[in-house]
Design a protein around this ligand. Structure first.
Ligand code: ADP
Ligand code: ADP
Length: 224
């Protein structure tokens, strides 16, 4: 039952030379319940800025964003482009820290940790520290950590860019399966149109314009 609503969002960054860089211009859209939305566009067009505003990690210059309803608070997890694990905690402890933060009952922890580490192919690495894993493996842990919370909304910013292509392919399929099974809202930033069309049921296309105006379209993809 989670909708994301973006209402007339503008974003401008103050640049070194004192001028403003307009990145988002009057962005207006609303997701349907349980959309898998891909935000697609070329590098530098403002995808991360828009995702960060949805995550409330950044303030829009004007306009507003809402997720879910005030009546029922919405759990949101963010998967960044880089892993952002806690280096002094093991893989298991990293996931436990997230579960604890979201008040997931302790008797569910083991099963969730097992399920989602297996999903990303790292069930044998629960007791390792992040620095003993490759960059791609660390990123898979950060994906498992977000999944284990089973949040209403998962926001992902090019999460597979450091993951090798074969693993990424498997993870994309798993992500679609999880989305279908568990009915959650996923917002996924990518510059890769093939990735977007594989994953999403709705794609928001952003493009550069001379005036930095954002063009956005919704394309509903019919998927069985
Ligand atoms: P994308 O995710 O599509 O690659 P971004 O949202 O990261 O694009 O960036 C959009 C534009 O805003 C880029 O030109 C970038 O340099 C600029 N930008 C992003 N964050 C900041 C910031 N904190 N300060 C100034 N400019 C920024
Ligand atoms: P990166 O591309 O960042 O180096 P990868 O995820 O491709 O990271 O992993 C690099 C190496 O780590 C693999 O070639 C493999 O030796 C080892 N590795 C990755 N996943 C596993 C796994 N599930 N079990 C055992 N070794 C693994």
């Amino acid at each position: 039952m989670t909708r994301i609503k973006i209402d007339g969002v503008d974003k401008a960054y103050r640049q070194m030379n004192g001028t403003n860089l307009r990145v988002l211009n009057n962005v207006d859209f609303e997701t349907e319940e349980n959309d898998f939305l891909c935000i697609l566009g070329p590098s530098g067009c403002g995808k991360s800025t828009l995702l960060n505003i949805i995550a409330q990690l950044e303030e829009p210059s004007s306009g507003s964003v809402s997720i879910g309803s005030e009546a029922s608070p919405t759990d949101v997890c963010f998967v960044f482009q880089e892993p952002r694990l806690l280096d002094w905690r093991t893989v298991r402890e990293n996931i436990e820290f997230a579960l604890d933060g979201k008040d997931i009952p302790k008797d569910e922890w083991d099963e969730r940790i097992e399920t989602y580490l297996e999903l990303v192919g790292l069930d044998d690495f629960a007791n390792e520290y992040p620095r003993s894993l490759s960059g791609g493996m660390q990123q898979r842990v950060s994906i498992a950590r977000a999944m284990a919370v089973e949040p209403d909304v998962i926001l992902m910013d090019e999460p597979f860019s450091s993951v090798d292509e074969i693993t990424a392919r498997n993870l994309r399929s798993d992500l679609v399966d999880i989305w279908k099974e568990q009915k959650r809202t996923i917002v996924f930033v990518t510059h890769d149109a093939i990735e977007a069309t594989f994953l999403a049921n709705r794609v928001l296309v952003m493009s550069h314009r001379p005036s930095n105006v954002l063009v956005h379209e919704k394309i509903d993809i019919d998927r069985p």
